[in-house]
Design a protein around this ligand. Sequence first.
Ligand SMILES: [Fe+2]
Ligand SMILES: [Fe+2]
Length: 373
Amino acid sequence: MASTEEIIGRRDVNDVEQILMISNTDVEASIHAVKDNADAIFTWDYEKGARPALNKLYEKAKNSQWNGETDLDWSINVDQEAVVVANQAANNRGVGLDVTGTIFEKWGEKEWTELGIQSQNWTLSQFMHGEQGALLCTAKIVETVPWIDAKYYASTQVMDEARHVEVFAKYLNEKLSGHYPVNAHLKMLLDDIVMDSRWDMTYLGMQIMVEGLALAAFGFMHQMTTEPLLKQLLRYVMSDEARHVAFGVLSLKEYYQELTQAEIRERQEFAFEAAVRMRDRFLQQEVWDRMGVPVKEAVTVVMQDPAQQLFQQMLFAKIVPNCKKLGLLDAGDAWLRTKFTELGVIDFEHMPDTEEEYETFALAEGEVASARR
Ligand SMILES: [Fe+2]
Ligand SMILES: [Fe+2]
């Protein structure tokens, strides 16, 4: 069994200095190659519907395809600065954060607005990079999963993820004011997921952890933003993501039945590693860098902000119940429960898991049809 240090590279999960030491060093590169270490698996068992729940998800996916070019209203004009100011006003920015004696003490409207703009550019950039991670991972699942119903379903997800990368890239290009390279913590996590040779680890890393977090983050942004095009875009993406997370839960629930205690423990450790990487990335260290403020000091102040703490915890609202559903929380000596308690996110265990919930995210059939003019 691995120690915390072996799993995440530091002893204390909250050690800011160690977190910030990890940064993206090849920001100029236009490609990044990762070994995917896995066998491509043919199956000769073509019995469609042998796994009825996956088959149902596949049929649903076929009817839920949309087109980012034509179903979203790109004619909507976005004044990013005005949107940031409106969002900040609507969401009580900074309430509860005491900046006395910090680098933010002298900040006025101009700086806070610029921070909002940079944060938005950064957040949407990371969503886009994460979506590309999902695109690659799901293509890998098509190759590596041994079940025909899962190969069929995963192929629809590949198409979904292509659309997601496409719409986030287009929104960034046409409506916002700059890109950020992939965050180092997110990149480490995506690399680890792609490199793992075991097919179920792709699902755990991507469908359960990354997409579980994405579903929560998109939901939060969907609720917070006052910008109609982004709202519509997120609504479409979320309806797909809920299906993707359900795909992960359904597949792993079956597969984990076969695993030994030691193998389950490796899955728990991977889930913990992923949780820490994702939490670290939300410190958005690159934004502070671009704003020209000392990164460590900024991060330390922001970590005290009750709104930021709430946001970071909320990101785990889907992950924790899904890990519980899969039996990962309490397997063995309930190791993952202890770890999620340390991260301050265990309270979400009673939230609905995505297998129960995904229907509520689905776009109504009429909505997809009417959007297809
Ligand atoms: Fe996606
Ligand atoms: Fe997805």
